[in-house]
Design a protein around this ligand. Sequence first.
Ligand code: ZN
Ligand code: ZN
Length: 184
Amino acid sequence: MPVSRERARFQSRMHRRRESASRYAAERARRERCPFRLGKSYVCNARLEISVDRNGRTVSHCPQCARREAGICQDCPHPVFGQVRKALRCRECRRARKRAIKRAFYAEHAEELRPLQRERHAAFRAAHPGHDAAASRRWRQRHPDRARAVRARWISKNPQRIKVLRHRWYKTYKAKLRARQAAA
Ligand SMILES: [Zn+2]
Ligand SMILES: [Zn+2]
């Protein structure tokens, strides 16, 4: 009986999924931490839990992968943002984590980044004479929602520019991270 193309694709996906599950089960049995990989850089690395099944065999179980496969956020009980089995966190936790990474990066590299920031600010002051940075900051602190809206509007009006900026930030971050990993 001929199988529809969609059906065949579904079956082959399920087959690959079962194969990878059994491969990971075998690998987990030999390890203390979960070896699950996704994409180029993500390794689960959660501590595995060992239990004994009904037949008396020990079974390694990854609580973090169980959450991921169920589509539950790693940090809270909400559903993940993105594709189930691939996405790790809900929208809010994902944003919070990105913010935390960014903040930690700026804190850690403050000494190297400060001269760059000073240069950028000097260039901005030269281009905008009469701009009162302190007053502007006070306004942002008084109106966080409106400040956020201004920023969002700028981003939506300059999609290419923000792409470049974000890419540059990401590249620097990745390079520093790699250097640190190489040193460790
Ligand atoms: Zn895992
Ligand atoms: Zn969450």
